[in-house]
Write a protein that binds this ligand. Structure first.
Ligand code: ADP
Ligand code: 2DT
Ligand code: MG
Length: 212
């Protein structure tokens, strides 16, 4: 039997688009189909770097904007050995936010270019598929109020949405835009089908390098 690696599938999108809900549903569905699958989320708030980030997001501490950007990136790099190990073991990884959130959120701040924001993440394991859960701010608002975390302000989120649109012009990435305004089940059906197709193709290919 030829060896098949796990694939790296990322879900991105604005706040309340349904990323966390759909990551959990996808992992469950892949497992039910007899595949190995696990969830990873960024930021991973459990590590020492993740705790610095979490405290910043909860507004319990302040960090300079470049510094926190580099910490978000470092939080991905510290997980790379684990990510590579899992993929090599044939475990499919479903990732709740990745470097695209990193670029979209920091570049929504004044004085940050997309290009500068991308640099620290150049060379990360490249996702085989990035699904962008598309949702208008109006529909997102119907899904409940913002929480109290640092970036949960509607004017900032609108700028983040614009940055995501720019980032999606990057044709080196396998993007799939998903209409996230539908029911959880309808969205899930699309996400599962795109993921299964990606697994069939990408499991035979080497893992790429992001933005390189
Ligand atoms: P995200 O991780 O993108 O911020 P969540 O998965 O946490 O989004 O979902 C935000 C809220 O919206 C939750 O209360 C969730 O139950 C609800 N929700 C998720 N998907 C849908 C959907 N397709 N339709 C309606 N409500 C949804
Ligand atoms: P959630 O835990 O609710 O997803 O919110 N963020 C995330 C960044 O600014 N840079 C990054 O690199 C990443 C991964 C998005 C986490 C918040 O952190 C922001 C919302
Ligand atoms: Mg979430």
């Amino acid at each position: 039997m030829t060896f098949r690696r796990g694939v790296l599938i990322v879900l991105e999108g604005v706040d309340r688009a349904g990323k966390s809900t759909q990551c959990a549903r996808l992992v469950q569905a892949l497992q039910q189909n007899g595949r190995r699958a696990e969830i990873i989320r960024f930021p991973d708030r459990t590590t020492q770097i993740g705790q610095l980030i979490s405290s910043y997001l909860e507004k319990k501490s302040n960090l300079e904007d470049h510094t926190v950007h580099l910490l978000f990136s470092a939080n991905r790099w510290e997980l790379v050995p684990l990510i590579r190990e899992k993929l090599e073991q044939g475990i499919n990884l479903v990732v709740d936010r990745y470097a695209f959130s990193g670029v979209a959120f920091t570049s929504a701040k004044p004085g940050f270019s997309l290009d500068w924001c991308k640099q620290p993440d150049v060379g990360l394991p490249k996702p085989d598929l990035v699904m962008f859960l598309q949702l208008s701010p109006e529909v997102a608002a119907q899904r409940g109020q913002f929480g109290a975390e640092r970036y949960e302000i509607s004017s900032f989120q609108q700028t983040v949405q614009q940055r995501f649109e720019e980032i999606r012009n990057d044709t080196s990435i396998n993007w799939k835009v998903i209409d996230a305004s539908r029911s959880i089940e309808e969205v899930h059906t699309d996400i599962k089908s795109a993921s299964e197709k990606t697994i069939d193709v990408a499991q035979h290919l080497p893992v790429g390098e992001l933005w390189r």
